[in-house]
Design a protein around this ligand. Sequence first.
Ligand code: FAD
Length: 432
Amino acid sequence: MQTSEKSVDGDGPSHPRGYSVLSLLAAAAGRHSWPRAWRSRPPRGAYDAVIVGGGGHGLATAYYLARNHDMSRVAVIEKGWIGGGNTGRNTTIVRSNYLLKETATFFEFSLKLWEGLSRELNYNVMFSPRGVVNLFHSPQEREALLRRQNAMILNGIDADVLSLDQLRRLVPALDTSGGARFPVAGAVIQRRAGTARHDAVAWAYARGASNLGIDIIENCEMLAIETQAGAVSAIETTLGRIETTKIGVAASGHSGQIAAMAGFRLPIETHLLQACVTEPIKPFLDCVVSSGTLFVYVSQTAKGELVIGGRLDGCNSFSQRGDLAVLEENLSNAVTLFPRISRLRIMRQWAGAVDMSMDGSPILGPSPVPGLYLDAGWCYGGFKATPAAGWALAHVIANDEPHPIAAPFALSRFAEGRQISERAAGPRPNAH
Ligand code: FAD
């Protein structure tokens, strides 16, 4: 702390970055009002487009509508608060380690956007390419992962195999003793993959969109969709009626309800996916470790907490709590991988309502109702899709034509029997 300089507001010694001690104390005491990062306003009567859902996908869509397509007479309506859905509930893994051409192309496009996102939005989203490690425990799993690694390389995506010795050096805390029920035999790593700060992503896109003229309206739920001659003409919300001929749906677990408002069904079920964090400990894990056999994955936050996630709860629900039995199973699997964490306490546990599509891939593009565009079915893995999903949804809203990276994910694929199932292509190394 420098004490010789006067602060910017002249009320005492200043921090090298320009904050005075008094202003920091005032902020800590809640008496400092930070400027709002985005404008908040009641809805106008009409917009060129309305985005339903103020998670990362909806906010990114609004940002790219303004940035890429000069459309700023746009509102994002959010029934709760910005980032309060799955965007603020996920385990923040960002990767593009997919087998199939369609998914690999889409998620690699997204990863490239992640790599420049903090600079693009002038906001630190804490993207941390710390590597995502997928363990193999059996010869079959090794074969499946090596096939995936080869496919990734053919698709121009980085992927390396780790021998048991290399794995031991990278993740010393992992139980590689061979005495486990499913002994670890090696791994595949995507080094450019990693994590990002989920809330910051929502806030950054919200600020970016707001700066480009988009209206961000919280506590505003869409209740009904009006059509004229079969096409979207207006919506009814808890804050009144809004005229618009274009709606982008980025409502994750609530996509099915919104499709019902428009009079059709989506091949989507809403399930709970839960996660938890332990008390913070000294840094001991600097990559994400995932086991497809045990269906669990573990990473460590900058604060020192271990983030642990695993399988779906397996029942349809919109609650955001999660079942104790699944938590117990996820934890016991994490302890199998890392026996030394067995005495850590769990600090928080939560769940999100995720939109599970029938083939595990998203639905991104036009819907059967003209003017209604879908961004749904992200299952376990839509956080990493945030920039690309926003990019592609903005494209289809602006041009009424799917973006090339999103074209394979049309809703019509289910009627045509053209599923994009990573699962059908072989055992999946992880789901998140
Ligand atoms: P959300 O952030 O859920 O935003 C949708 C918004 O729509 C919500 O805020 C909701 O309130 C609003 N809404 C709904 N209905 C209406 C309405 N009628 N009117 C107005 N607003 C409405 N993905 C990864 O890539 N990596 C991971 O590691 C990962 N881990 C996960 C772990 C857990 C526990 C969970 C639950 C999910 C995980 N995911 C992960 C998935 C990821 O979180 C989601 O796919 C992604 O966040 C979806 O973003 P979104 O913006 O579409 O949805």
